[in-house]
Structure formats: C-alpha cells, structure tokens
Write a new protein. Structure first.
Length: 144
C-alpha cells in the first residue's frame, strides 16, 4: 500500500473515531436530560383528570394494573379500558404525588387520590425504555 493511501486511511479512521465519540457523548447527554425529567408531572395531571386515554400513552406495551384489589397483567389497550371503567364510576376530584424515588432507570411515585367520598392510595412504577419512561405497574387501592 503506498504512503498516500495509508495516510488517507489513517486520517479517515481518526475522523470516524472522533465523530463516533462526539455522537456517543451527545447520546449520553440526551439520556441524562431525559432521566432528570419529572415524568410524574404529566402522569399526575392525567390521573387527576381521570383521563385514561392520555394516561395510556405512558403505558408500556404490557403492564401490571391493580384497581381496588383486582390485579391483571394487561396490554396497553386492556389497561386503558380498565382505567376508563374505573374513572367512569369513580371520578377523581384530587390527585397528589406524596413521594417519589428513583434507582437506576426505574422511578416510582406514591400518591393519594380522592374520588367523591372515597380515598385511594396510588403506586406508579415507571422505567426508561428506548426513548422515554413508560408505566410498568399501576396500583389504585382504597386507603385504609
């Protein structure tokens, strides 16, 4: 291989390595920004509105949902229907996030919801998947 071609290949490989490094740093920065985002702000908004349609956009493809004792591993559309049925009978008047915590790519929130004269404890687990957080588990249980 002549000297000019070898020099060209070395420069090309070096340029490719620099571009790869820059793109990796940009990807890590975007990931860090997404992980700092408070995913529970829009989720709390939709819970307080009893908006199962908008809330379901945050569901993983399959999730565990518990509503007043009945637990089900459900698809996104099944979980949306379960919540729609619940919210049609129990219209939220308030929903407040009381506590949040995170570990790795998982976050959870504990909340309280009032529907008429009934009070509920709500637990929401989300995990970071591909490009955003998705709800993996949602529990709505009557407060004692």
């Amino acid at each position: 291989m002549n000297r000019t071609i070898r020099k060209f290949l070395i420069h090309t490989l070096a340029f490719t390595a620099v571009l790869f490094g820059v793109s990796m740093m940009a990807g890590n920065t975007a990931l860090a920004q997404n992980q700092g985002y408070d995913v529970f702000v829009p989720i709390a908004k939709y819970m307080s509105q009893g908006d199962s349609e908008s809330l379901s956009a945050w569901f993983a493809d399959n999730l565990e949902i518990t509503v007043t004792g009945g637990t089900s591993d459900s698809s996104r559309s099944q979980a949306k229907q379960i919540l729609k049925t619940f919210f049609s009978k129990s219209v939220p008047t308030t929903f407040n996030i009381e506590h949040t915590a995170a570990r790795g790519n998982m976050k959870y929130a504990l909340g309280t919801m009032t529907c008429g004269a009934e009070n509920y404890m709500v637990t929401i687990f989300v995990s970071y998947q591909n490009k955003g957080y998705k709800i993996q588990q949602l529990k709505i249980e009557k407060a004692k």
